[in-house]
Design a binder for this molecule. Structure first.
Ligand SMILES: Nc1ncnc2c1ncn2[C@@H]1O[C@H](COP(=O)(O)OP(=O)(O)OP(=O)(O)O)[C@@H](O)[C@H]1O
Length: 354
């Protein structure tokens, strides 16, 4: 259901709220029509500012925003929000409390005749899996159901783009994954391009087609979730999108020597020496004498599906984290061997880390 006409292009957008306080500093982002992009970044990096500029609630100082080739902002143009064909799903409490669910969903359909409005409302309720809920009032819905109705309301007028601003924040973690999956399915079926703002890396990686990591007012990297995790642009991005084990290393003919043993390099890695990135699931606990490195278990955090084991490695200053599945044969204080598997990225230490 991708629609090439709905491509969102954000080019060189800059914004500061006052002198010497730049928030966005020439941010570029392209989201193909029909794709769901997550904008991921630490608190205060400018995610909401970006969303407000795209929605038209805020003017950028410079830069352009186009949607399907139509200029929304830039070059002397500033379309008002209601002329942008953009649907918005805010954080929480978004529904009008005094209107029924059906009236909330139909809110943006005032231009249609009654029959069409009712049909579209029913279609949207069906899309978000809440057919038959139209007569309820918002307070009679769970938090997850309310967010699905907020999405139905945003999608009802067939927007070219949907902006979601941390829409799952208010939901407890047990609900979050389910609502996230429902929202993703509904967005996909609608064919709209979507931008989801979040500071939750798991949410970004598990929901989006593309993840744009924002740092210091720019996109540090924009990639598919798998590429971003496997081949982060630098150690900061690596640590921001997942748990990272960073070690000094030297490359040699397609492999890299690390203090935990040799490992294959991810194709395209060009640095010769620097910092190698390993993920905790690439490290394995072995019998104390059998791995290339040995150390002492200092801590274990059990998560149910797996556990994170912290090991102080002989000869290494910083402890390393190892993700171990299944029943654990070690406990704090035990000696253990360590082996590294898979492939790794080597980042030159000359990379600027801002
Ligand atoms: N109206 C405003 N006036 C002045 N400064 C502002 C204004 N709105 C936001 N800021 C500042 O701009 C920076 C970016 O804010 P923004 O809300 O865009 O960040 P964010 O990435 O969405 O953060 P969070 O994840 O915490 O919601 C912050 O330092 C914030 O204090």
């Amino acid at each position: 259901m991708t629609d090439p006409h709905n491509e969102l292009r954000i080019e060189q957008v800059a914004k500061s709220y006052g002198p010497g306080a730049p928030v966005l500093q020439g941010l570029d982002l392209t989201v193909p029509g029909g794709a769901l992009a997550a904008v991921l970044g630490p608190s205060g990096c400018g995610k909401t500012t970006l969303l407000r500029i795209v929605a038209g609630f805020l003017r950028a100082d410079t830069g352009t925003v186009t949607l399907g080739g139509r200029t929304l902002a830039g070059a002397g143009v500033h379309l008002p929000p209601e002329r942008r064909h953009i649907g918005i799903v805010p954080q929480e409490g978004a529904l009008f409390p005094h209107l029924s669910v059906a009236r909330n969903v139909a809110f943006g359909l005032r231009g249609l005749d009654r029959g069409k409005r009712r049909r579209r409302t029913e279609e949207m309720l069906d899309l978000v899996g809440l057919a038959g809920y139209g007569d309820r009032m918002p307070h009679e819905l769970s938090g997850g159901q309310q967010q699905r109705i907020a999405l139905a309301r945003a999608l009802a007028p067939r927007p070219a783009l949907v902006l979601l601003d941390e829409p799952f924040n208010a939901l407890d973690s047990a609900l979050r994954a389910g609502v996230r999956a429902d929202v993703r399915t509904a967005l996909r079926l609608s064919g709209a391009t979507a931008v989801l703002v979040t500071h939750d890396q798991q949410e970004a990686l598990s929901s989006a087609d593309l993840v744009a990591v924002v740092r210091n007012g720019r996109v540090a990297q924009c990639d598919t979730p798998q590429e971003l995790y496997r081949r982060p642009a630098d150690p900061w991005v690596a640590g921001f999108v997942g748990d990272a084990v960073l070690l000094p290393a030297t490359a040699d003919d397609g492999t890299v020597d690390t203090p935990l043993g040799s490992v294959a390099l991810v194709q395209g890695t060009t640095a010769a020496t620097g910092t190698v990135l390993l993920r905790p699931e690439q490290l394995e606990l072995t019998e104390p004498a059998s791995g290339p490195a040995t150390g002492t278990v200092t801590d274990i955090r059990f998560y149910g599906h797996d556990a994170m084991v912290t090991v102080t490695v002989d000869g290494l200053h910083d402890p390393v984290d190892i993700r171990a599945a299944g029943p654990l044969a070690v406990q704090p204080g035990d000696r253990t061997g360590i082996r590294v598997t898979g492939e790794a990225v080597l980042h030159s230490d000359d990379l600027p880390i801002s």
